[in-house]
Design a protein around this ligand. Structure first.
Ligand SMILES: *[C@@H]1O[C@H](CO)[C@@H](O)[C@H](O)[C@H]1NC(C)=O
Ligand SMILES: *[C@@H]1O[C@H](CO)[C@@H](O)[C@H](O)[C@H]1NC(C)=O
Ligand SMILES: *[C@@H]1O[C@H](CO)[C@@H](O)[C@H](O)[C@H]1NC(C)=O
Ligand SMILES: *[C@@H]1O[C@H](CO)[C@@H](O)[C@H](O)[C@H]1NC(C)=O
Ligand SMILES: *[C@@H]1O[C@H](CO)[C@@H](O)[C@H](O)[C@H]1NC(C)=O
Ligand SMILES: *[C@@H]1O[C@H](CO)[C@@H](O)[C@H](O)[C@H]1NC(C)=O
Ligand SMILES: *[C@@H]1O[C@H](CO)[C@@H](O)[C@H](O)[C@H]1NC(C)=O
Ligand SMILES: *[C@@H]1O[C@H](CO)[C@@H](O)[C@H](O)[C@H]1NC(C)=O
Ligand SMILES: *[C@@H]1O[C@H](CO)[C@@H](O)[C@H](O)[C@H]1NC(C)=O
Ligand SMILES: *[C@@H]1O[C@H](CO)[C@@H](O)[C@H](O)[C@H]1NC(C)=O
Length: 872
């Protein structure tokens, strides 16, 4: 395969694909049926067995919470010992250890702190969007509720986060589980202090939950009187190991947190990864668990994130803020003020002149090429450039090459809503076309015009285009096993919150990392208002899901609701969740696929109020989204189909006296006039409206196709082009292996002479293997009878609970999966010299591993192994 330069490099970086795994590291869960008196500690017994089996290992993390998780995370000294590990008794599950990333923030703008106006009434836009403002007015502020934050740590020296750490402080407890240099694979260096002064993510998250009110920017945490516990699981720059995250969850549990937040994760798609399972068990034990749904919305449906996919956790999608922060500058000719799209004002003292790169205000290539030699030193100017043709970064780099520090780009069209330019950390902002032309023309006319950048001001302007809609970056579910993810949505696009003091104390960031803590804070208010009890905690997700507001897909046609696979049950309304007198359960109706269809459902309506209420039940479908086209997942925006499910509701109206409850029967008929091979995801809401003005809903979701028919292994040349049909076996130089020329296809298995198998998964697969078979075998002949009857000569790769590939062109963004084989089998020995084929098999979605027909398989061309005596 000769695709591009990047491909051959990827073979070297086997840990760099999207679902990242720590090589040879596993999380082992022990059977819970062990002797409760624990005379023999299960860990010691397990290690003793490993030692007697001759397995070399090191322990990364141990877990010993009988009601939650008993097990160990270990790293094998030798990959070949995996088989011995899996044969040890008393083991309930062995799962590969994932590296977990925080969802990449979508953009960051920093801000400096200022003076302090009075707080109430709470006018913060996100609080008004969700009823939090009304709860603050009623005095619900999270007092005495403990919220755990599993993140990059917290800069508690920020005065708006209390200024101190420890008993009596806002950030009252916590732990640094990792240290600055931790990256997920090296040794954590824990210490008791979860201070974050190098990253900022966790400080922003902490402020959304608990920032003190009264600051210059008029913002506060949703639960600003809550006690925060900060568990630092990320070092300054990189990923974290899933074992550390599980450990932090257990710490939060032992510290009796009422709520925890995890603004982290990565695409995975199955509810059964180890992190998701532990998070879900914590939720079942009565801790409310809020987790970011992920920022992979661009990739289309079936792209849910781990651990948010845990069955009982609250997976949180993002809604764009209804406002955007701006700053202004004024001009010496009296024109303006001119808004520029930054949260932090350019810190320029006094008036500053402009440098205009072209006086042609329709120049399509302005600043796209290096500036002429006679360009002055631009550090004393604001450089003004027209938008268009080349990337913002190119324009900025050309300006910076001449010393520019401050860059403004004026728009090339007249548009009503401008957004921030987020290009790494460059100081570059957008202004409107009209403002830009005014400045250029003034200078062209010989006016000595200067700008004054206003300091210590803050303002928001309305974001009518996307404010209140689901953020386009918000990941789209459902899980491959048809669970309802995300669960709810909360504000996460353009969120102003606290930041480390050395980065400016405040920042605006976008991401589901911001929406999840909003739900964590809201849950704290819920616990405060309803009372701390396991049953109230177990009810929290239903309460938030049933009392929110469903969201249209766009403002162009508000009659089409966004798919529940992206908005979940809609934007939460915390005031409703706390004050509604009607209880509706369950929050989610899981209809599954057509082969496992669960069309008969029941909802329960309970009048806990003091007045008789009359209820009307209605069906409001969301847009059915087409998710596949010819076996390929469709990227966003997903096309809507105009067919939806039908529902028979009985009874559809009734009265309930105070204290009375009624079960309502629902019979769903999935949409039929759709192509099942496009895996149309249909969803919607059963609305329960009372004559007292309360409106609640249960959300349903299903797929109008059978997932077991979904094609898994990409066996086309669509991705890499003609001549490069997948799966594809190449030599170390990237040349396709072609059995017609056997001589060229022997591998000595030295690091520079190993084959690489390139794979793409069109749908998620619960289990996939690559095995060696004899070169004389032929898959096609045997597939129909007994696939397992193939004599397998050695397993060389196992993938557990694997997500589908994205359409990205690189492996790092999960576009494909390269496996470079070094000649060893799972049993540790090198394959004997000789000729082989590889068999790749992948279990179909919802397939039965014991049923051969539920596996898709592919067999490679012949290749040879020729290891010189003594090893490669
Ligand atoms: C071969 O690759 C496996 C992973 O596939 C790894 O665990 C093992 O350490 C490698 N062995 C050698 C000798 O490089
Ligand atoms: C983590 O850091 C260690 C050294 O501290 C380095 O050897 C290793 O490559 C790093 N891993 C990643 C994934 O960055
Ligand atoms: C301005 O630039 C546009 C686009 O490059 C060009 O067509 C036009 O002729 C230029 N105008 C002048 C006055 O140079
Ligand atoms: C566009 O601007 C660049 C400087 O950024 C200049 O070199 C070029 O001549 C301009 N082109 C036109 C058509 O005005
Ligand atoms: C911006 O990023 C570069 C590297 O990406 C870094 O060297 C530089 O210090 C950063 N600047 C600021 C102001 O953070
Ligand atoms: C333009 O204005 C600046 C600041 O007001 C001043 O320093 C400079 O001398 C003026 N230049 C000319 C050519 O008038
Ligand atoms: C910036 O100017 C606009 C009017 O153009 C005004 O509405 C807004 O309040 C100003 N913002 C600040 C921070 O002064
Ligand atoms: C859907 O059906 C499959 C097969 O029975 C099952 O494994 C899965 O858990 C079901 N999903 C839900 C959400 O019930
Ligand atoms: C809404 O309409 C505008 C203007 O017609 C269009 O640019 C935009 O793409 C539409 N958005 C959606 C989601 O259809
Ligand atoms: C293998 O080589 C033959 C002859 O050079 C060529 O016709 C055939 O297309 C090649 N097959 C692959 C899979 O590259």
């Amino acid at each position: 395969m000769r695709v591009n330069g990047a491909v051959s490099l990827l073979g070297l970086a086997l840990t760099a694909y999207a679902l990242k795994i720590v090589p040879n590291a596993y999380i082992v869960e022990f059977e819970s049926s062990i002797d409760l008196t624990r005379r023999v500690p299960p860990h010691a017994a397990f290690y003793a067995e490993l030692e007697s089996a001759g397995v070399s290992y090191s322990v990364r993390t141990e877990y010993d919470v009988p009601e939650l998780f008993v097990g160990t995370a270990i790293e094998l000294g030798d990959a070949s010992h995996y088989q011995a590990l899996s044969s040890i008794g008393g083991v309930k599950a062995i799962k590969p250890l994932h590296l977990v990333s925080r969802p990449k923030p979508v953009n960051i703008m920093t801000w400096a702190s200022g003076e302090n106006p009075p707080y109430l009434p709470d006018t913060e836009s996100t609080h008004v969007m969700t009823g939090v403002d009304k709860l603050h007015a009623e005095g619900f502020t999270g007092r005495d509720i403990k919220v755990g934050i599993i993140d990059t740590g917290t800069d508690y020296t920020n005065p708006w986060l209390g200024g101190c750490f420890g008993s009596g402080c806002k950030v009252a407890l916590g732990w640094d589980l990792v240290g600055d240099a931790y990256n997920g694979t090296n040794l954590p260096m824990p210490d008791p202090d979860p201070l974050d002064q190098c990253e900022g993510h966790g400080t922003h998250v902490a402020g959304i939950i608990g920032a003190n009110p009264g600051n210059f920017y008029g913002i506060s945490g949703v639960a600003y009187d809550a006690t925060l516990a900060s568990y630092r699981v990320f070092g300054c720059n990189a990923d974290s190991g899933e074992d550390v995250i599980i450990n932090a969850m257990i710490m939060a549990y032992n510290d009796s947190c009422d709520v925890i937040n995890l603004s982290l994760g990565g695409v995975q798609g199955w509810t059964s990864s180890q992190g998701a399972v532990v998070a879900s068990r914590l939720a079942d034990l009565g801790m409310i668990v809020a987790i970011s749904a992920g920022n992979d919305g661009a990739n289309g449906a079936w792209y849910a994130s781990d651990p948010a996919e845990g069955q009982s956790v609250i997976s949180v999608a993002s809604v764009d803020n209804v406002v955007t922060p701006i700053q202004n500058f004024t001009l010496s000719d009296g024109y303006g003020p001119v808004p520029y799209y930054q949260a932090v004002p350019y810190s320029i003292d006094g008036p500053i002149p402009f440098f205009v790169t072209s006086f042609n205000t329709t120049n399509t290539t302005d600043a796209c090429n290096p500036f002429p030699d006679d360009t002055p030193d631009l550090s004393g100017y604001v450089t003004l450039i027209r938008r268009g043709t080349c990337p913002f970064l190119t324009k900025a780099a050309n300006a910076e090459a001449k010393g520019a520090i401050w860059v403004l780009i004026y728009d090339n069209i007249d548009e009503s809503s401008l957004l921030a330019i987020s290009e790494n950390n460059r100081t570059m902002s957008l202004i409107s076309q009209a403002d830009g032309i005014h400045i250029v023309n003034a200078i062209a006319n010989g006016e000595n015009i200067t700008a004054t950048f206003l300091q210590n001001t803050v303002a928001n302007i309305a974001n009518p285009a996307t404010g209140g809609l689901i953020s386009t970056f918000s990941s789209i579910g459902p899980t491959y096993d048809m669970f309802f993810k995300p669960s709810v949505a909360a504000p996460g696009g353009n969120i102003l919150s606290t930041f480390p003091v050395n980065f400016g104390s405040f920042a605006t960031i976008s991401g589901t990392s911001m929406s999840s803590p909003f739900v964590a804070g809201s849950s704290a208010l819920l616990v405060q208002a309803k009372g701390r009890s396991t049953s109230n905690a177990l009810r929290a997700r239903d309460l938030l899901e049933t009392t929110g507001k469903v969201i249209p897909a766009s403002y162009n046609d508000t009659s089409i609701l966004q798919t529940a696979a992206q908005q979940g049950s809609g934007l939460i309304n915390v005031w409703n969740a706390i004050h509604y007198s009607t209880l509706l359960t369950p929050g989610e109706l899981l209809l599954n696929d057509t082969a496992n269809f669960k069309g008969d459902q029941t909802i329960k309506v309970f009048n806990t109020g003091v007045e008789k209420q009359f209820y009307t039940i209605k069906h409001v479908p969301a847009g059915t989204v087409i998710t596949y086209n010819d076996s390929l997942a469709i990227n966003s925006p997903l096309p809507f189909s105009d067919v939806t499910a039908n529902v028979h509701i009985f009874p559809s109206s009734f009265s309930l006296f105070p204290g009375q409850a009624l079960n309502v029967s629902l019979k769903f008929i999935p949409p039929t006039a759709v192509d099942p091979t496009t895996f149309p995801v249909y969803s919607g809401y059963i609305m329960v409206e009372s004559d007292s003005g309360e409106s609640l809903h249960s959300s349903y979701l299903g797929v109008a196709g059978s997932l077991a028919t979904a094609h898994i292994i990409d066996n086309t040349d669509a991705f890499f082009g003609p001549g490069n049909t997948l799966p594809l076996l190449t030599d170390a130089t990237g040349i396709n292996i072609n059995y017609t020329d056997l001589a060229a296809e022997y591998f000595t298995m030295t690091p520079d002479d190993q084959p690489t198998l390139y794979m793409r998964f069109l749908f998620g697969t619960f289990l996939a293997y690559v095995d060696l078979v004899s070169a004389s075998l032929n898959l096609e002949k045997r597939e129909a009878s007994s696939f397992r009857g193939l004599p397998l000569l050695g397993n060389i790769l196992e993938l557990d609970q694997w997500p589908r590939s994205s359409s990205a062109t690189d492996a790092a963004d999960n576009g494909f999966f390269p496996f470079q084989w070094n000649g060893t089998c799972a049993n540790g020995s090198y394959a004997a010299n000789g000729e082989y084929k590889m068999v790749l098999r992948a279990l179909r979605v919802l397939g039965d591993p014991a049923n051969d027909a539920d596996w898709e398989a592919w067999m490679s061309p012949i290749f040879g192994v020729n290891i010189t005596a003594g090893g490669p």
